[in-house]
Design a protein around this ligand. Structure first.
Ligand SMILES: [Zn+2]
Length: 92
């Protein structure tokens, strides 16, 4: 379940990731920029940040070995990889 309110009905909730704060990770596939990954960290209308999925995924290897990342970048990567892993499991 998402921790925060999110006003977009198109976004698909992926996971909640706890780092320095609690992030709800979403994927929004209908933005003008292609698929976006969104990290929400509060209920307010502007309390989220988003990164185009293609840009984030192109940097996964780099991001995973860096310690100076913004927490929202870590949250997006962790959430996204968890989802990919879950999707790869056989259905029961
Ligand atoms: Zn959305």
């Amino acid at each position: 379940m998402p921790r925060w309110k999110h006003g977009c009905s198109v976004c698909r909730f992926i996971d909640t990731v706890k780092l320095n704060q609690t992030y709800d990770v979403y994927e929004c596939e209908r933005s003008a920029f292609g698929s976006l990954l969104i990290a929400r960290y509060g209920d307010g209308p502007s309390e989220y940040t988003s990164v185009p999925r293609a840009i984030l995924l192109a940097r996964v290897d780099e991001i995973l070995v860096r310690s100076d990342l913004y927490p929202y970048e870590q949250a997006l990567i962790v959430g996204f990889l968890r989802k990919e892993h879950a999707d790869a499991q056989p259905a029961h």
